[in-house]
Design a protein around this ligand. Structure first.
Ligand code: ADP
Length: 799
C-alpha cells in the first residue's frame, strides 16, 4: 500500500529522488548505516551501490579519524541539524586518498514523537569552487608582493648606479694589479714546477714506501724505490693495475680495502698488518704499518696514496720478547720454587707465584698488595724482616739454606725448614727498590735426610758394635775408605791413609791370587762375593782369619768402578773349629788307648781263666783292667760334665764343710803313687757352704795336672787362707810353667797347650769344668805362672 496520493511506491519515490544532482543519503542507528544513497552521493564517495546497507565506517573506512561519524551521531542524539560550507573530507576515489571540499547538511528526521530516527545527509561537491577561490587569493597575494619588490628594486637600482661609478674606478685599478699578479703567477708556476720535481724526487727516494694508485682499477701510477723493494718488483709494473702487478695479493685483504677506500673516500690505517709478497718466485711474509689516503679531484676520488713502513723487525723482536716474557711468566708461575716480589721498606707483597701461595697456605686476595708483616705477624721477632731490610739497604743478595721458620696456619704455628734467597731488584738509579724472594720448602727433604742420617747412624753403630768393619774401594784411583773397626782388625795405625794396594799387601802371597780371582769373577757375574782368607795385620800382630763380603758398583759403561763391603775377624771361630776338630781326634785317641789295653787284658784273662792252678797273671790283668776302666770312666765323666754344663744342668749339692779338711784328705792316689809330695802349707781352717764333691773335683784336677804337666816337680804345695770374705785355695808346682799367651786361654773349652804331646794331655776340658764349678759357687779362678819356674793355680769360694 502506498502512502503517496499518486499511488507511487516507496521504491519509485526513492528512485526518483535518487536522480537528483544533489547528493543525498539517509543514515540510521549509531553506526550510521547507509539506508540509501543516490548516484550523486555514491559518485562523491567514489564507491558503488554495494555500500548501501553498510555502516558508514565500513563503507568508507578512510573516514576513520575524521570528525564526521561523531558529528552524525551527535545530530541523531540531539536532533539539531548541522551544516557546513567548504568543509574538507578525505576520501578514497580512484583508489587514492584525496581531499575534497563540500557544502553539506546533516538533518535529523524525527518521528511523530519528535525523536530523531534517521539523518538526511545532503552534500554538494564544491572542491572546484573552493580551489579556484584559493588560487585567486594566492594570485592576489603574489601580485601584492611583486609590487612591493619592484618598488624596493627601483630604490636599489638608483643606489647601484651610484656604486657603479665608483666601482668602475676600482676596476681600472684592479686591472693593473691583475696584470702584475699574472707576472707573479708565472714566476710562482716556475718555482712550483721546480718544487714539485723536488717533491717527486723526495718521494721517490723516501725511506718509507710510497705509492700512488690511480682510478678505480688501482693502476700503479707511482711507486718509489722503497715500495718497489718491498714489493720485490721493478718499475716495469708502473702502469699496471695493482692486482696484475702483485698477483700474490689475491686472497689477502688489501685489494678489497683499497677498493673500499676508493669508493668511500675514507682514509684507512693499517697496523702491523701481515703482507705476503713474492720475491723472485718465493713468498715472504712481512709486517707493515700503512695508510691508504684517497686522492680527490673535482669529480671526487681519483686515486689512492699508499704510504707504508716496514715494521717486520720490530714485530718479530717484540713477539720474541713477548714469547720469552710469556715463557718466563709461565716458568715463574709453574716453578716448583716459591717466588715473590716484596717492595720497599713497607715490605709490600707485590707478586707471588702459585707455589708461594701454597707455601704460605694463603689465597692471592689475602696477600697481594698487603704488607708482609700485616699478613704474617708471626714473622716479627724472626730473623726475616731484618734480612729483608738489609738487602734493601745494601743491595746485596742473601741466601741461606735450611733455615727454620714459623708460619701461622689453620693448624696453628707450624715449623718449616726453608732454603731461601733474597735478591735485590734495582730501580733506574740503581737503588734497591724491591726484593725477589725465592723459597723452597725443604721441611720434608731435611726431615727425610735427618731420618736417613739417623738410620745410617743406627746401622753404623750396629755394624760397629757387631765388630763388622766396612770398606769402600775406588778401583780407578786405588783409594780406600775404611771404618774404625776395619782399621782395628787390620792393625792400621791411626791417621794412616790406607790405599787399596796397601790393604792387599797384608794378604799372604799364596792367598792373594785366589782372592783376586774370586773377586774378579764376582764382579764379572754381577754377584756379591763372600770370602775367607788369612791376613797379616799391619801392626805385625798374629795372622788373622777374615771373612769379607762385597759388591761392585758399575759406571755408565758397565765397568766396575767402586767395590764396597764388610769384613769380620773370624780368627776365634776358626780357632774354635780347629779346637773342636782336635778335641774329637784327641777324645777318640784318649778313649782308644785305655779301651785297647782293657780289651787286651780281657782277652788274656779269657785265655787263662781255666788254668789250673790259676795263672799268676790274673791279678795283674785285673789291675790293668781296672786302671783302664778308671781312665775311661774319668774321660766319660768329663764329657758328661761338659754336656751337663752346656745344657745348664750342673746342679750343686751344697753343705757346710771345713775346706782345710777336704784339702788334707784329697788325692790319695797321688800320695799312694809316691812320685810327688803333697805339701800342706798354711792350711787355715775355713768353713764354706759349697758342693764338697765338686770342690774336690776342682782340687783333684789341679793336682792331676801338676802330676801330668810338671812330672819333675817333686813337691805339690797346697795353700788355704782367708782373703776378705773369701777362702783362697792355691796349688803350686815347680814345673815348666805356662807361657803368658797360653795362660789367657787355659780356662777355655778344649784348650790344650800342645807342648807335651798326647801322652800327658787330656781333653782340654779339666780347667774349663773347674772354672765353671767355681764360678757357679760365686768364686773366681786363675793361674800365675812363669816359664821354667812353675805354676800356681788358685780359686776362691765365698765364706
Ligand atoms: P787337659 O785335659 O788337657 O789336662 P786341662 O784343662 O786340665 O786339660 O788343662 C789345659 C792345659 O793346661 C793342659 O793341656 C796343659 O797344657 C796346661 N796345664 C794345666 N796345668 C798345668 C801345669 N800345672 N803346668 C803346666 N801346664 C799345665
Amino acid at each position: 500500500m502506498s502512502n503517496f496520493p499518486s499511488g507511487f511506491s516507496a521504491e519509485q519515490i526513492l528512485d526518483v529522488l535518487s536522480q537528483t544532482n544533489t547528493a543525498t543519503a539517509i543514515h540510521s542507528t549509531d553506526e550510521m548505516i547507509i539506508e540509501t544513497a543516490n548516484n550523486a552521493m555514491i559518485a562523491i564517495w567514489g564507491k558503488d551501490k554495494s555500500v548501501i546497507g553498510k555502516p558508514i565506517e565500513e563503507a568508507l573506512p578512510e573516514l576513520k579519524g575524521q570528525p564526521f561519524l561523531s558529528m552524525l551521531q551527535k545530530v541523531l542524539h540531539t536532533g539539531v541539524t548541522v551544516s557546513g560550507t567548504d568543509t574538507m573530507a578525505e576520501l578514497v576515489v580512484d583508489g587514492q586518498l584525496q581531499p575534497f571540499y563540500f557544502d553539506f547538511e546533516y538533518r535529523a528526521i524525527k518521528n511523530s514523537n519528535g525523536k530523531p530516527y534517521c539523518i538526511l545527509h545532503t552534500a554538494t561537491d564544491v572542491t572546484h569552487r573552493y580551489l579556484s577561490k584559493l588560487r585567486e587569493k594566492e594570485l592576489e597575494a603574489e601580485v601584492q608582493a611583486m609590487n612591493e619588490e619592484l618598488s624596493a628594486a627601483n630604490e636599489e637600482l638608483a643606489a647601484a648606479n651610484e656604486e657603479m661609478a665608483a666601482t668602475n674606478e676600482e676596476l681600472l685599478a684592479t686591472n693593473e694589479e691583475l696584470s702584475e699578479s699574472q707576472q707573479e703567477l708565472l714566476l710562482v708556476n716556475e718555482s712550483l714546477a721546480e718544487s714539485e720535481a723536488r717533491f717527486r724526487n723526495t718521494v721517490m727516494q723516501a725511506p718509507v714506501c710510497i705509492g700512488v694508485l690511480k682510478g678505480p682499477n688501482l693502476i700503479v701510477d707511482v711507486a718509489n724505490a722503497e715500495m718497489l723493494k718491498v714489493w720485490g718488483k721493478t718499475s716495469s709494473i708502473i702502469g699496471l693495475p695493482l692486482d696484475e702487478a702483485l698477483p700474490e695479493l689475491e686472497g689477502q685483504p688489501f685489494l678489497d680495502i683499497l677498493r673500499q677506500t676508493y669508493s668511500t673516500g675514507e682514509v684507512y690505517y693499517g697496523d702491523e698488518a701481515m703482507v705476503t709478497i713474492e720475491h723472485e718466485g718465493v713468498l715472504h711474509n712481512g709486517y707493515f704499518d700503512f695508510i691508504y689516503q684517497p686522492l680527490r679531484d673535482k669529480h671526487g676520488v681519483s686515486g689512492i696514496v699508499v704510504v707504508a713502513v716496514d715494521v717486520t723487525e720490530q714485530v718479530i723482536s717484540r713477539r720474541k720478547v713477548q714469547q720469552s716474557e710469556n715463557r718466563l711468566n709461565s716458568m715463574v708461575s709453574t716453578a716448583p720454587i716459591g717466588m715473590t716480589v716484596i717492595r720497599g721498606y713497607d715490605l709490600i707483597i707485590e707478586r707471588a707465584n702459585k707455589r708461594m701461595f701454597e707455601i704460605w697456605d694463603r689465597k692471592e686476595g689475602e696477600v697481594l698488595g698487603n704488607k708482609l708483616l700485616d699478613v704474617f705477624p708471626e714473622l716479627i721477632g724472626q730473623p726475616y724482616p731484618e734480612m729483608l731490610y738489609s738487602v734493601l739497604q745494601s743491595g746485596e743478595r742473601v741466601a741461606i739454606p735450611e733455615l727454620p721458620v714459623k708460619v701461622q696456619t689453620d693448624n696453628g704455628l707450624v715449623d718449616y725448614i726453608v732454603d731461601f734467597a733474597y735478591d735485590p731488584l734495582f730501580d733506574m738509579d740503581g737503588k734497591p727498590e724491591a726484593i725477589l724472594a725465592t723459597v723452597v720448602n725443604a721441611t720434608e727433604m731435611v726431615k727425610a735426610r735427618q731420618d736417613l742420617e739417623k738410620a745410617q747412624d743406627t746401622l753404623k753403630q750396629a755394624i760397629e758394635s757387631a765388630n763388622i768393619g766396612t770398606w769402600s774401594a775406588d778401583l780407578q784411583n786405588d783409594s780406600l775408605v775404611t771404618s774404625d773397626v776395619f782399621n782395628r782388625i787390620h792393625g792400621v795405625p791411626e791417621a794412616t791413609a790406607l790405599k787399596l794396594s796397601d790393604a792387599l799387601k797384608m794378604i799372604p802371597a799364596d792367598n792373594i791370587d785366589n782372592l783376586k780371582n774370586a773377586v774378579k769373577s764376582a764382579i764379572d757375574m754381577h754377584e756379591n762375593f763372600n770370602l775367607e782368607y788369612l791376613m797379616n795385620p799391619m801392626d805385625g800382630g798374629k795372622p788373622k782369619w777374615l771373612k769379607a763380603t762385597g759388591k761392585a758398583y758399575y759406571d755408565a759403561d758397565n765397568k766396575a768402578n767402586i767395590i764396597s763391603g764388610t769384613v769380620i775377624d773370624i780368627t776365634e771361630n776358626k780357632f774354635h773349629d780347629q779346637q773342636k776338630d782336635d778335641f774329637i781326634s784327641i777324645a777318640s785317641h784318649e778313649l782308644k788307648t785305655p779301651v785297647t789295653s782293657l780289651k787286651a787284658a780281657l782277652q788274656l784273662m779269657d785265655k787263662v781263666k781255666n788254668n789250673n792252678p790259676p795263672s799268676p797273671m790274673m791279678g795283674k790283668l785285673i789291675e790293668q783292667s781296672n786302671r783302664s776302666m778308671e781312665k775311661v770312666s774319668t774321660l766319660i765323666e768329663d764329657l758328661l760334665n761338659l754336656s751337663r754344663m752346656n745344657e745348664g744342668q750342673l746342679h750343686l749339692n751344697k753343705t757346710e764343710f771345713d775346706l782345710s779338711k777336704t784339702l788334707g784328705q784329697c788325692c790319695n792316689h797321688v800320695r799312694l803313687d809316691g812320685k810327688h809330695n803333697l805339701v800342706l802349707e798354711d792350711l787355715e781352717s775355713l768353713i764354706v757352704y759349697a758342693d764338697e764333691h765338686r770342690i774336690d773335683q776342682v782340687i783333684t784336677n789341679f793336682v792331676n795336672n801338676a802330676v801330668k804337666y810338671a812330672p819333675d816337680s817333686r813337691d805339690i804345695v797346697f795353700n788355704l787362707k782367708r782373703q776378705g770374705d773369701f777362702a783362697l785355695v792355691s796349688i803350686s808346682d815347680s814345673g815348666p810353667g805356662i807361657s803368658e799367651e797360653n795362660q789367657e786361654h787355659l780356662f777355655e773349652r778344649y784348650y790344650r797347650t800342645d807342648a807335651a804331646g798326647y801322652q800327658n794331655s787330656g781333653l782340654g776340658l779339666g780347667l774349663y769344668i773347674s772354672a765353671e764349678i767355681v764360678r757357679k759357687h760365686g768364686g773366681e779362678i786363675g793361674v800365675e805362672s812363669e816359664l821354667g819356674k812353675g805354676s800356681r793355680f788358685w780359686f776362691t769360694l765365698p765364706l
